[in-house]
Design a protein around this ligand. Structure first.
Ligand SMILES: [Cu+2]
Ligand SMILES: [Zn+2]
Length: 194
């Protein structure tokens, strides 16, 4: 029995090791389709770390969230859907019945409009599961025109969506910016039914 417990521990630590090596990079685009930076994601024990480096924002605070679809169609990016919210909670890190899984603290752009920040998507994962950022076809990372107030419904009154980046479940699909015609229609139908 003890032998099995030890084996299990070894397997578990091996898994955790590989989890921390799990990373994904999101290319961030503005409404004109210009790439303005990246977000590097890393699986951590308590969520997903986000290292964000972007430029071209107005100086000051901006709301930032993961949204539910990996589709960034400018200039308004409504194609990305609502905030990622697999548990049906209210919006906002300050809301008593919050928050959405995709909610994060505001980021601050410096006087030249750049952001160099580290964030955490608490409780999220890049692995499989209900709280995965790669659930379904994937998700998207959106930065807003103004600050998220942390409590207003449905999205913190953060204004327009100004930057967007797609996080697709299939990394190879990520390199193709425009995925207009899926090669296998039957497969697409199946996935969009849920
Ligand atoms: Cu948002
Ligand atoms: Zn939200």
């Amino acid at each position: 029995m003890r032998f099995f417990v030890i084996i299990c521990f070894i397997i578990l630590s091996a898994c955790q090791q590989s989890e921390s090596d799990l990373t994904r990079t999101i290319d961030m685009y503005n409404g004109d389709g210009d790439m303005v930076g990246t977000a590097t994601l890393r699986e951590a024990s308590d969520g997903v770390e986000v290292k964000l480096k972007v430029e071209g924002l107005a100086p000051g605070f901006h709301g930032i969230h993961f949204h539910e679809f990996p589709v960034c169609e400018g200039p308004d990016f409504t194609s990305a859907g609502n905030h990622l919210n697999p548990e049906g909670k209210e919006h906002g890190l300050m809301h008593p019945d919050g928050s959405h899984l995709g909610d994060m603290p505001n980021v601050e752009a410096d006087s030249s409009g750049g952001v160099d920040a580290e964030l955490m998507v608490a409780g999220a994962t890049l692995l499989d599961g209900k709280k995965s950022l790669l659930a379904g076809e994937g998700t998207s990372l959106i930065i807003h025109e103004t600050a998220d107030d942390g409590i207003s419904q449905p999205a913190g009154n953060a204004g327009a969506r100004v930057l967007c980046g797609e996080l697709k479940k299939d990394p190879e699909a990520e390199s193709e910016k425009s995925s207009e015609s899926p090669t296998d229609p039957t497969e697409t139908d199946k996935k969009e039914e849920e």
